[in-house]
Ligand binder design. Structure first.
Ligand code: FES
Ligand code: FES
Length: 169
């Protein structure tokens, strides 16, 4: 990466939800601000801005990361997936989002995008995860509305669906 000059704006190119996108960022610009203000991807929420609440979670090269702890310049040339990219193949909601809807797993929705992105990644890796493991993973996310019960139910349902579809392959 070339030397980044303080205050200068740098051209950043990413693949956002499967599409090439470009924007400008100062060296200190956070990935949250780049996504929301440069690329207009406002589905990613910003809560604490210091890595505690999980609201800003996105996938960077298929790993779940906190966008408030990531600089935009670190994402240059990489793939970013956000909540806007969860719906595929003409669905209205992804199966995980549909499980959230069925189980009343959100109220104000502020935490939801981040939890969806963390769960989507976690359940891909661990479709056989137990309730205790799901709760442990969710301990990195703050939700002030739901009490987590519906979120855990939605996660367990989705885990079972993903495990069943792996077995069917
Ligand atoms: S806004 Fe990033 S963890 Fe809270
Ligand atoms: S649904 Fe309101 S903070 Fe989680």
């Amino acid at each position: 990466m070339p030397l980044l000059k303080r205050g200068a704006r740098h051209s950043i190119t990413v693949t956002l939800n499967g599409r090439p996108r470009r924007g400008d960022a100062e060296p200190r610009m956070l990935l949250t601000d780049f996504l929301r203000h440069e690329l207009g991807a406002t589905g990613t929420h910003v809560g604490c801005e210091h890595g505690v609440c999980g609201a800003c979670t996105v996938h960077l090269d298929a790993e779940a990361v906190r966008a408030c702890l990531t600089l935009a310049v670190q994402a240059d040339g990489r793939r970013i997936d956000t909540v806007e990219g969860l719906v595929k193949n003409g669905e209205t909601l992804s199966p995980l989002q549909e499980a959230f809807r069925r189980n009343h797993a959100l109220q104000c929705g502020f935490c939801t995008a981040g939890i969806l992105m963390s769960l989507d990644h976690f359940l891909d890796q661990r479709p056989e995860a137990s309730e205790a493991e799901i709760r442990e993973m969710l301990s990195g996310h703050l939700c002030r509305c739901t009490g987590y019960t519906g979120i855990v139910r939605a996660a367990l349902e989705t885990a079972a669906q993903r495990a069943a579809s792996r077995e069917a392959r």
